[in-house]
Design a protein around this ligand. Structure first.
Ligand code: PEP
Ligand code: MG
Length: 754
C-alpha cells in the first residue's frame, strides 16, 4: 500500500510525462506543467523561475497570475522569497508572505490576493538552477508531505531545465536580447598549454524521470545487470587504453575500485528495496553521501565525491540502456566542455583528439585535471556559467597558461593561438635536438644535469633527456597517491622500477618528506598553526621511527648489488643528520646479518633547506657523502617568506645578493671539503637562475624533466669564466632583485634563456 504522498507524486509525474511527450514547444510545455501542478496540489497559483545568468532568476512559466507575465519578471539570486530559495538551495514555506521581511512585492504580477507560499529549488550539481513555487489565497502552512511531492517534481523539472533543448532555448533568448557577445572568459589554469578546437559539450547525465518502481525484484535484477556490465566495460576500457604509468593510473585504479565498492552498492540496493526505481535509488544513495561529506574541508574526500558522482552517472546511463561508450565526435580537434567531470569520463573520448578541457566547477586537485595533465591536455577551470554558454561544435581557443577561454575567437585571436601552438612545437623540436649533445659550457666546463622525479610518468624523461641521473626522487609522491601507507614490499616495487629505468645512471632517493603542503590522505593533518615550520619531513620520520626504518629497508633491498644514494630532507642540525644516518646504517647491518644481498655502495647525504645547517656545515661535511640544496624551502626560511603565498612571490627574489651569498658560501665550503654539492630546488630548473648558480661554482643541477631542455640550451651557450667576475660585482649590490641585470647580461652575451 503506497502512501497518499507517493500516489499523488506518481499522478503528477505521470501527467508530467504525458505533457512532455505531447508538446515540443518549450514555453507551452512549461506553462502546461505549471498549471497542472497548481491544479493537482490545490494551489491558487504556481510559477517556475530559471536562472538565466549567474545572478538572475527569470519567470519562465506561471499560472494564476496576470496573463503574459512570463519573461517579464526577473529577480536577483537572494532577492525576495524566490531569490532566497535559489540562494540557500533549500525549500521555504511562509504562511503569510505579507508579514515576511524578505518578501519583494512585484505589482506587475498581480500577486495581491495570495498569502501563503511554498518554494522549492531545482537543484543541479548542488546549485539551484531554478525555483518552483505554489501560492494560496488563504493563510496556510504547507505540509511536509506537500513539500515532498513538490521536491520530487522539482527533481524532474531540474533535469528538464538542464536538458540540451532547454539550454539552447535559453541561449537563443539571451542572444535575441543582445545580452551575449562576451567571448573571453577568465578561469584558473589546471594544466598548461594552448589548444584550439571545436567544443564537445560533455552531457552525460540522464534525466531520472521515473522515481517509484512497481516491482522491486525486477528492479533489483536490472540494477545487478547494469552494475555488472558497467564494471566489465570499465575494466576493458582501462586495460586497453595506453596510459603509461603514473599517478593518473593510480587515480583511475582507485576509481575502478570505487565503482565496485560493495558498501555503496548495498545502499543502492536497499533504496530499491524501499520502493524506488534503480535510477532514483542511485541518485538517492549519492545524495545521502553528498549530504554527509560535502561540508568536509578535506580535499581528498571532496575528490572522492566527484568520483562517486561520476560512477552514479555512469550507472544511471547503463540502467537507461544508454551506456556511455566512445563519445562520437565528428571533429579532429576537440575541446571538451564539462560542468564537472570524473577521471574516467575523459576516456570516453578519443583523447588523441582532445586539445583542451574546460570545467565549470574545478579544483586544482580534481582527479580529471591530474589525468588530463598526464596526457598533456591543457585545462582551464572555474568559470561560472560557461557550461551553458557553449554550444556543441562552436570554435574555442583555450589558453591553459593564463587560464582564458575564447568562445568563437576572432580570426586574429585564432591566428595568435595557432602561432603559439606552432612556437611551442618548434621549441620542443629544438630542445629535443640537443639530446645527444654534451652538457658543456662554451668554455668546456661539464655541468651535470639531473632529473627530479616523483610521478611515474616523470620517468619517461630519463630516456627523452639523456640526463646524468636522478638528482631527487620525491618518495612521498607515491605515498600521496596511495590509499593506505605502502608497505615495504610495495615500496621496493616503486624504488626498483626507478632503478631499472635509470639503468647505470645515479639515483638519489630522498626519505619521506611529508607534512606542510604534502599531506597523506590516510594521515590526518595535525592542525598546526605554522605547518611549514612544524612537525614535518624528517621531524616526523625520526619521531615515527618505524616508518623511516621500513623505508630504509625498502631502499636497501631495492638497490641490492647497486649503488644506493639516500638523502634526508629538512635537516636542522648535525645531530638530526647523525640520527637519520644511524637509522640507515643499523638497517644495513640487519640486512647483512639476515644474509640479504646489500647495495654495492651506500652514500648518505642531506638536503640543505634550513638555514641553521649552513652554520654547521664544517661538521656535517666531514660525515656527509653529498649535499643537495632545496632552494624552495631554503629561500622560504632565509627570507621568512611562505613559498606558496602568491602575495609574496614578487617581494623577495633568490636572484638577490643575500640569497646568492648563502649559495656561494655553501658551494665554497663543499668544494673545500671535497663533498659533492648539487641544487635540486626550482632554482636549478630556471635558465636564468641556473646561469647564476653555475657562475657561483655549481656544477650539479637537478630539475624537472620539462625544464631540462631549456637549461641545457642555456649551459651550451654560456661562457662561465667570462661571467665569474660579473657575478662577484652583483654580490655586492643592495638591489631588491638582480634579475633584470642578469637577463640583460644573458641577452648581451647570446646566452639562451627561453
Ligand atoms: C626544495 O625545498 O627545494 C625541494 C627540492 O624540496 P621540495 O620542493 O620537495 O620541498
Ligand atoms: Mg623541500
Amino acid at each position: 500500500m503506497k502512501s497518499p504522498a507517493i500516489n499523488q507524486a506518481m499522478d503528477i509525474l505521470r501527467e508530467l510525462r504525458e505533457i512532455s511527450e505531447a508538446s515540443r514547444d518549450i514555453p507551452e510545455k512549461l506553462n502546461k506543467i505549471i498549471a497542472m501542478l497548481a491544479r493537482q496540489m490545490g494551489a491558487d497559483a504556481a510559477a517556475c523561475y530559471l536562472v538565466v545568468d549567474d545572478n538572475y532568476l527569470e519567470l519562465f512559466a506561471a499560472s494564476g497570475f496576470n496573463a503574459d507575465i512570463a519573461h517579464k519578471i526577473s529577480l536577483r539570486v537572494g532577492e525576495g522569497l524566490v531569490g532566497e530559495v535559489a540562494k540557500t538551495g533549500r525549500f521555504l514555506t511562509v504562511a503569510n508572505v505579507w508579514k515576511h521581511p524578505s518578501f519583494s512585492y512585484k505589482p506587475e504580477m498581480g500577486e495581491e490576493p495570495f498569502k501563503s507560499f511554498a518554494g522549492v529549488p531545482l537543484i543541479r550539481w548542488h546549485r539551484a538552477i531554478g525555483v518552483i513555487t505554489l501560492q494560496k489565497k488563504e493563510v496556510y502552512e504547507f505540509s511536509r508531505t506537500e513539500l515532498e511531492v513538490l521536491e520530487t517534481v522539482a527533481m524532474v523539472l531540474a533535469d528538464m531545465a538542464a536538458s540540451e533543448e532547454m539550454i539552447d532555448y535559453k541561449n537563443d533568448l539571451i542572444r535575441a536580447r543582445g545580452q551575449s557577445g562576451k567571448e573571453k572568459y577568465k578561469g584558473i589554469s589546471l594544466s598548461k598549454g594552448y589548444g584550439i578546437g571545436n567544443a564537445v559539450v560533455h552531457r552525460r547525465r540522464q534525466a531520472v524521470t521515473k522515481i517509484f518502481a512497481e516491482d522491486k525484484d525486477k528492479e533489483l535484477k536490472r540494477l545487478e545487470v547494469a552494475h555488472a556490465k558497467m564494471n566489465h566495460d570499465l575494466d576493458e576500457k582501462f586495460n586497453s587504453t595506453k596510459l603509461g604509468i603514473g599517478e593518473h593510473v593510480d587515480i583511475l585504479d582507485a576509481y575502478r575500485m570505487f565503482a565496485k565498492d560493495k558498501g555503496w552498492y548495498k545502499k543502492v540496493a536497499d533504496n530499491v528495496g524501499s520502493g524506488l526505481t534503480a535510477e532514483a535509488a542511485v541518485e538517492r544513495a549519492y545524495e545521502d553521501m553528498w549530504n554527509r561529506l560535502s561540508g568536509t574541508k578535506d580535499s581528498y574526500m571532496r575528490e572522492r565525491l566527484h568520483d562517486l558522482r561520476d560512477v552514479a552517472d555512469r550507472l544511471i546511463g547503463y540502467l537507461s540502456g544508454d551506456p556511455v561508450s566512445e563519445q562520437k565526435v565528428c571533429h579532429d580537434n576537440i575541446i571538451v566542455v564539462a560542468q564537472t567531470m570524473g577521471p574516467a569520463d575523459l576516456m570516453d573520448y578519443d583523447y588523441t583528439k582532445i586539445r583542451g578541457l574546460v570545467i565549470e566547477d574545478g579544483t586544482p586537485t580534481m582527479h580529471v585535471a591530474i589525468v588530463a595533465k598526464a596526457l598533456g591536455i591543457p585545462v582551464v577551470a572555474k568559470i561560472n556559467g560557461i557550461y551553458n554558454q557553449i554550444k556543441n561544435g562552436e570554435l574555442l581557443a583555450l589558453d591553459g597558461n593564463e587560464g582564458y577561454v575564447y568562445i568563437r575567437p576572432s580570426s586574429p585571436v585564432q591566428e595568435r593561438f595557432r602561432e603559439k601552438i606552432k612556437e611551442k612545437e618548434r621549441l620542443a623540436a629544438k630542445l629535443a635536438s640537443l639530446k645527444k649533445l654534451p652538457s658543456k659550457t662554451k668554455d668546456g666546463k661539464k655541468i651535470n644535469l639531473y632529473l627530479n622525479v616523483g610521478l611515474a610518468f616523470d620517468l619517461d624523461y630519463i630516456e627523452t633527456t639523456n640526463c646524468d641521473g636522478i638528482g631527487l626522487y620525491r618518495t612521498e609522491i607515491p605515498f600521496m597517491a596511495s590509499e593506505v601507507m605502502p608497505d615495504v614490499a610495495q615500496q621496493i616495487g616503486y624504488y626498483k622500477e626507478l632503478l631499472d629505468r635509470a639503468g647505470n645512471k645515479k639515483v638519489v632517493f630522498r626519505s619521506l618528506d611529508v607534512g606542510s603542503d604534502k599531506l597523506l590522505p590516510y594521515w590526518s593533518n595535525a592542525g598546526e598553526e605554522n605547518p611549514a615550520i612544524g612537525w614535518r619531513s624528517i621531524r616526523i620520520t625520526l619521531d615515527r621511527r618505524a616508518i623511516l626504518r621500513k623505508q630504509m629497508r625498502a631502499f636497501l633491498r631495492a638497490a641490492a648489488g647497486k649503488e644506493l644514494n639516500v638523502m634526508f630532507p629538512m635537516i636542522s642540525n648535525y645531530a638530526e643528520f647523525e640520527e637519520a644516518r644511524e637509522t640507515l646504517m643499523i638497517e644495513l647491518e640487519k640486512e647483512k646479518r639476515r644474509g640479504n644481498e646489500t647495495p654495492a655502495k651506500v652514500n648518505v647525504g642531506l638536503m640543505i633547506e634550513v638555514p641553521s645547517v649552513v652554520f654547521q656545515l664544517d661538521s656535517i661535511l666531514r660525515v656527509a657523502d653529498f649535499i643537495s640544496i632545496g632552494t624552495n624551502d631554503l629561500a622560504q626560511f632565509v627570507f621568512a617568506c611562505d613559498r606558496g603565498n602568491p602575495r609574496l612571490t614578487e617581494r623577495y627574489d633568490v636572484l638577490s645578493a643575500p640569497f646568492l651569498r648563502v649559495m656561494q658560501e655553501i658551494i665554497t665550503r663543499a668544494d673545500q671539503a671535497g663533498v659533492l654539492c648539487s641544487v635540486c630546488g626550482e632554482m636549478a630548473g630556471n635558465p636564468i637562475e641556473a646561469m647564476a648558480l653555475i657562475s657561483l661554482g655549481y656544477r650539479n643541477l637537478s630539475m624537472s624533466g620539462s625544464s631540462f631542455g631549456r637549461v641545457k640550451s642555456m649551459v651550451r651557450s654560456l661562457n662561465v669564466e667570462e661571467m665569474e667576475d660579473y657575478i662577484k660585482i652583483l654580490l655586492k649590490s643592495n638591489r631588491r632583485t638582480l634579475r633584470p641585470q642578469l637577463i640583460s647580461y644573458a641577452n648581451d652575451h647570446g646566452i639562451e634563456i627561453y
